[in-house]
Design a protein around this ligand. Structure first.
Ligand code: ARG
Length: 464
């Protein structure tokens, strides 16, 4: 068994209960790659500073690379007695290369080491998330391209409101994901400062070059204050918040897919490959993927609250509480990423059921606002027009009829301002195409918005 790096101060073995309780390697082994990269950059900097010889540095780098290889091949045994990924790798390095391994920890502490590793890890997850956001936006744009002319009932309060182009509806989600993307880019700007070299909390007397390690590890600059550097977890919080909003957006989309796929609606069909069946009811094809996405939101929100609460009132600088940051962050990153990926697949394979859609559009007085707007064009005030149309709807509901069943005479019985033009006002296509205000659903506007979205998508990826 390898000796604990800090064993010098202790005269008794750690209780096995405490070892099991305080270990984090079962989770933070996910940071092995960042840990090794960070150590290589640190060793190279120590060499430049004359603290390590070329030979020692070479053997450290070689040793670390061989450890990385073993971890990747599943041949590395992580030991919980060595607490975390950092001490596991360092102890193994010393085992493999001897004395030089013991010099690697000069001018650094696990406090700046873990903060550096974790920033790099979260930065990598956020880059993945950006790629997944771009992919789902591309699938939404592709579907939107197919469905500019597909008219669907736009809803408020889950009731028929006004007809809209399905492309317009899908592009609403594209806007949400654009915001999610830019939120991540913004998070990364603040995250991208290197804690390495802050040591335990106060900096180090060794003549280190923090700019050098920061640049080698892809950071924009070193963190400015050593105490803040080792005890800041804002980047982790922001990342989980970013994931939470992504999950919220995905859950809205998932909910709509579930509703549109439900038997009473049947607006869409989902691909078999993205649905699952029932063990008892042979006819079932369930939208479980969308339901699971909806269900997983709670976990990510919970992680955000757990993390906020863990950081609350922590005195400067490092406290062991902060080890509890990894499980909620890693789980949130994994969940948001897999939900984005699976929802992209669901969106890409979505088929529209036009019959159910046109049947639905005949219900719910969906062009009632157009009738009121028509009266306004004839000189009636909007409030009066709203009232007249409301009376018409109430009377039609009593009779079990709809607006398109009305003759011109019947229209005129509600207001003399109606003339034959009213009969064409009831078409959903006309209703959609008249909404030409900026950001509106008119099909020529939607085509333009689609083109804009494509262009904006092309510029993504430059800064994340
Ligand atoms: N495993 C710890 C963490 O994840 C890092 C080590 C710092 N530990 C310490 N006792 N100073 O936060």
């Amino acid at each position: 068994m390898k000796e604990k790096p800090w064993s010098g101060r202790f005269s008794k073995e750690t209780d096995s209960l405490v070892e099991r309780f305080s270990e984090s390697v079962s989770v933070d082994k996910r940071l092995y790659c960042e840990d090794i990269e960070g150590s290589i950059a640190h060793a190279q900097m120590l060499c430049r500073a004359g603290i390590l010889t070329e030979k020692e540095t070479e053997s450290i780098i070689e040793g670390l690379n061989s450890i990385r290889k073993d971890i990747e091949e599943g041949a590395f045994l992580f030991d919980q007695a060595l607490e975390d990924v950092h001490m596991n790798i360092e102890a193994e390095l010393t085992e493999r290369i001897g004395e030089a391994g013991k010099k690697l920890h000069t001018a650094r502490s696990r406090n700046d080491q873990v903060a550096t590793d974790f920033r790099m890890y979260v930065r990598g997850c956020l880059a993945e998330m950006c790629r997944a956001l771009k992919a789902i936006m591309e699938s939404l744009v592709e579907q939107a391209d197919r469905h500019v002319d597909t008219i669907v009932p736009g809803m408020t309060h889950l009731q028929h409101a006004q007809p809209v182009s399905l492309a317009h509806h899908l592009l609403a989600y594209v806007e949400m994901f654009f915001r999610d993307y830019s939120r991540i880019v913004d998070t990364v700007k603040r995250l991208n400062e290197s804690p390495l070299g802050s040591a335990a909390l106060a900096g180090t007397p060794h003549a280190i070059d923090r700019e050098m390690t920061a640049a080698a590890l892809g950071f924009d600059r070193p963190c400015r204050n050593s105490m803040d550097a080792v005890s800041d977890r804002d980047f982790a919080l922001e990342a989980v918040f970013d994931a939470s909003i992504i999950m919220m957006h995905l859950s809205r989309m998932a909910e709509e897919i579930i509703i549109w796929n439900s038997s009473p609606f049947s607006f869409i069909d989902l691909e078999d490959a993205f649905c699952t069946g029932s063990s008892i009811m042979p006819q079932k094809k369930n939208p479980d993927v969308a339901e699971l996405v909806r269900g997983k939101v709670g976990g990510v929100y919970g992680n955000l609250v757990a993390l906020m609460t863990m950081m609350k009132a922590l005195p400067l600088a490092y406290n062991r509480d902060m080890q509890e940051d990894k499980p909620p962050v890693i789980a949130s990153m994994d969940t948001a990423l897999s939900c984005l990926e699976v929802m992209r697949g669901l969106v890409a394979g979505l088929k529209v059921n036009s019959e159910a859609l046109s049947e639905s559009l005949n219900r719910g007085f969906i062009t009632a606002t157009d009738v009121a707007d028509y009266l306004v064009e004839k000189g009636v005030s909007f409030r009066e027009a709203h009232h007249i149309t409301g009376e018409m709807v109430a009377s039609l509901i009593r009779q079990g009829r709809t607006l398109s069943d009305l003759t011109l005479e019947e229209f005129r019985s509600f207001s003399a301002s109606f003339d034959e033009g009213i009969l064409s006002v009831l078409s959903v296509e006309r209703s959609v195409d008249r909404r030409r205000s900026f950001g509106g659903t008119a099909r020529d506007k939607v085509r333009k918005a689609l083109g804009d979205a494509r262009e904006r998508l092309e510029t993504l990826g430059k800064n994340c």
